[in-house]
Design a protein around this ligand. Sequence first.
Ligand code: GDP
Ligand code: ZN
Length: 304
Amino acid sequence: MNEAIVLKSTGSWYLVKDINSGKVYDARIRGKFKKEKIRSTNPLAVGDRVHFELEDNDVAWITKINLRKNYIIRKSVNLSKETHIIASNIDLACIIFTLKYPQTSLGFLNRCLITCEAYQIPALIVFNKIDLLSEAELTELQEIEEIYLNIGYNTLRISALTKASIEELKNRVKDKTSVFLGHSGSGKSSTINALQEDLNLKTATISNYNEKGKHTTTFAQMYEWDFGGNIIDIPGIKEFELVDIHKEELQDYFPEILRYKPYCKYNNCLHINEPQCAIIESVKNGKISEKRYSHYLKLIQELN
Ligand code: GDP
Ligand code: ZN
């Protein structure tokens, strides 16, 4: 049986890599796959593991897709109800955060982490540009870092410029499939470049013809690190959107709320203003970060 990993998906043709031989093939889909639980406009995403049959002209025919460990989705551009799987089987999301130059908001960080929780993607918070921080700013960074360490997230301080802790970051991404998230200017490209100078993520712009006429789309693509593992580059991605997350489940994606909510009086407590709420209590006595809780409240108002 031939098994491959999808390196690129345009929705009509694919690039796959044979996991045994390492050979890369153009690929097409044979037959129809079983309907996915979620509605998706594309049947295959970068990172998918597939079975294929080879035809003499070096075209791989994809016959089966293995169950996805996890995936990230986006709302489709045209059809608002449809979602689009961009990448799957992700071992690590590296979220680049800069305290200054530019300042990353905690809201951005929280939204990324919520999606990671919702889609079961391990996260690493990478504090970049530490070379630019004063003593006072380093203390400020430490306070933020502690909020996230206390609720179980992994963090790392780096400088893509001075290469501080780049070797450590390399160890964290080695032999894994990762995605990098971060605001423009936070140093996503510089960090990737510091990990491997000649990776040169090519922006994969392809004219894609469909029934709605011609439009140009940029596609996600997987690249291999020379030290082991892969990175899925998703052009234009800064953060994960909160897609399909409901008001009632939001609390499940806050590890600190999950921890204390069994002590709330009501088991349908949303921790807004209910009596004998263990979360409100924990914020008061400092066990839960005030900043994180207020962001929870803000988001719950936005979700429905
Ligand atoms: P991207 O938009 O996230 O890909 O950010 P870039 O990698 O293009 O970096 C934006 C700017 O920040 C560039 O001028 C980089 O040289 C600079 N930069 C990136 N990382 C660091 C760092 O660790 N320290 C300093 N001082 N500058 C950095
Ligand atoms: Zn509560």
